[in-house]
Design a protein around this ligand. Structure first.
Ligand code: NAD
Ligand code: GDU
Length: 329
């Protein structure tokens, strides 16, 4: 019996595959390699290159393997891009996941752990955010993830498909040994972009908005280490397989850092001055997102190992320094 990891060649997916393998699990990866890297999939793990929206590609992987559960990372996930191209997000994130659920139903696979996001909340009612708070996304990306959460709820009710939706806050960092890490092209995430400045690949970092109602006017986010996220997926799956109910969990560290604070910590970690420029706000960005992860700690018995931003950025720096061009040779 194998666990099928969709989007397993991507950033968070590849770290989860690494943890599953470390725990002796049988893993198969399905990824269209649109953003993922085959080099991020460990040797010995079967990689099916295919798209969730291609029924034949899914039939091949479901038909050739005995799949016990799905962990699904496959999606488009850029907040800014989604505002300009909402239909691309509905097509991949909503229709793509629907195709996956249809195959789960056809092949009688009962468990799925799904990558959701803090972007489902929109502008939060209060900080820290708890799972029962209002969900009113401010961008199409968050809206599509919320639509999938609802599709999962109805699929559970109708077909008994048990799901866990994990609403992660900002994933960051890299595997402790530095062999896998974040490599998006083009890169849009804050920490890797600042590290590209430290590597001399960019002149400066643009701060998107300095007039938010936050401590220093820049957006505040809750950064969570990618390996801690990976571990939460494994705990979530084990809980479902032991008979746990479908559920939604936030995953964050519970501490918010402004864009300026992240830049300052990166200066300390890298010793680089990191020049900045103030730029306009980016569409769709809420001012502050900080998680309460009490529910995951209590019900999944999850405890993040990386609870300091310096530690998280240092692990990302180790990857970027040793792989300045990512997975490219
Ligand atoms: N990075 C974050 O901070 C963050 C925060 C919250 C939620 N998430 C969610 O976590 C998941 C993983 O994020 P990531 O940063 O690792 O992204 P990523 O782009 O690195 O990984 C996604 C992977 O899915 C693959 N993929 C995309 N669409 C596909 C399709 N239709 N068929 C097959 N494969 C497909 C891509 O090639 C890629 O390898 C996403 O669903 C994202 O929305 C990410
Ligand atoms: O060059 C940059 C890049 C980013 N930012 C700012 O830094 C913060 C973090 O931005 P990221 O792009 O790193 O991350 P997001 O908060 O936009 O989004 C991430 O977290 C979300 C949930 O909080 C989503 O799930 C999404 O998939 C994931 O990429 C934002 O305020 C953004 O405006 C800058 O100022 N300059």
């Amino acid at each position: 019996m194998a666990i099928l990891v969709c989007g397993g060649a991507g950033y968070i997916g590849s770290h989860t595959v690494a943890r599953l393998i470390e725990k002796g699990k049988d893993v198969i990866v399905f990824d269209n390699l649109q953003k993922g890297h085959k080099e991020a999939v460990p040797e010995g793990v079967a990689l099916y290159v295919g798209d969730l929206r291609d029924p034949e590609a899914l039939d091949k992987v479901f038909g050739e393997n005995d799949i016990e559960a799905i962990i699904d990372f496959a999606a488009d996930s850029l907040v800014g891009e989604s505002v300009g191209e909402p239909l691309k997000y509905y097509h991949n994130n909503v229709y793509g996941t629907m195709c996956l659920l249809e195959k789960m139903k056809a092949y009688d696979v009962k468990f799925i752990v799904f990558s959701s996001t803090a972007a489902t909340y929109g502008e939060p009612e209060r900080i820290p955010i708890v799972e029962t708070d209002r969900t009113m996304p401010t961008n199409p990306y968050g809206e599509t993830k919320l639509s999938v959460e609802k599709m999962l709820k109805w699929s559970d009710q109708a077909y008994g498909m048990k799901y866990t939706a994990l609403r992660y806050f900002n994933a960051a960092g890299a595997h402790a040994d530095g062999h896998i890490g974040e490599d998006h092209a083009p890169e849009s995430h804050l920490i890797p972009i600042i590290l590209q400045v430290a590597l001399g690949q960019r002149e400066k970092i643009s701060i998107f908005g300095s007039d938010y109602p936050t401590k220093d006017g820049t957006c505040v986010r809750d950064y969570i280490h990618v390996t801690d996220l990976a571990d939460a997926h494994i705990l979530a799956l084990e809980r479902l397989q032991k008979g746990g109910d479908s559920a939604v969990f936030n995953l964050g560290n519970g501490t918010g850092f402004s864009v300026k604070e992240v830049i300052e910590v990166t200066r300390t970690v890298t010793g680089h001055p990191i020049p900045v420029e103030e730029a306009p706000r980016r569409a769709g960005d809420p001012a502050t997102l900080i998680a309460s992860s009490d529910k995951a700690m209590k019900e999944l018995n999850w405890k993040p190992a990386y609870n300091g931003l310096e530690q998280i950025i240092a692990s990302a720096w180790k990857w970027h320094e040793s792989h300045p061009n990512g997975y490219a040779k």
